[in-house]
Design a protein around this ligand. Sequence first.
Ligand SMILES: Nc1ncnc2c1ncn2[C@@H]1O[C@H](COP(=O)(O)OP(=O)(O)OP(=O)(O)O)[C@@H](O)[C@H]1O
Ligand SMILES: [Mg+2]
Length: 178
Amino acid sequence: MLARDNTLNNKFFKNNDNGKFTFISNNPEKTVCLGIELGNLLQAGDLIAINGALGAGKTSLIKGIVKGLKSPDIVTSPTFSIINEYSSTVPIFHFDLYRINKLEDIEELGYEEYFYSQGVTLIEWAEIIISYLPEELLLINIYMDLNNISTRKISFEPKGERYKKIVKELKAIECIRN
Ligand SMILES: Nc1ncnc2c1ncn2[C@@H]1O[C@H](COP(=O)(O)OP(=O)(O)OP(=O)(O)O)[C@@H](O)[C@H]1O
Ligand SMILES: [Mg+2]
């Protein structure tokens, strides 16, 4: 029973021709597990843009992704710094844009050096800087459920072939499909 609680058993997923995939998570651990599976599939140069309301689970998902990328580092919200960097076989850049005051702040950060680097870039509140994002990326939206405080709808929208492949591989993982 315990092992089952930590799996991503889920019957409520949908998909369509755009490579879009929606996963329902009904507890925080499942969101972390989903992140781990995604992190396992990532490589240098990948960029994940995450949107969702306050407390939706963006950092929780990133905790999983960083674990899946085999980093021993602790994920924290980069509230004051905007960017946290974690080490793994590739550098991991974790942006939290909630507190940027103006769009130009992202230019001052030298965003291109991160977004087009040989690291993995993970961005919370990516919608704020939509015009600065590369055309190809994996867009993740996390929706809260007004009727259930522990339920999240997590949608994956791949933009570009590389990200379609990642989502296809993610969907094929048995514990995510079932
Ligand atoms: N299914 C779920 N998936 C993820 N988090 C959940 C879930 N159910 C409840 N939670 C709770 O929601 C909160 C999510 O917090 P988290 O910091 O990951 O969100 P966030 O989107 O990064 O918030 P912020 O906008 O402040 O950065 C945690 O307290 C977590 O326990
Ligand atoms: Mg957060």
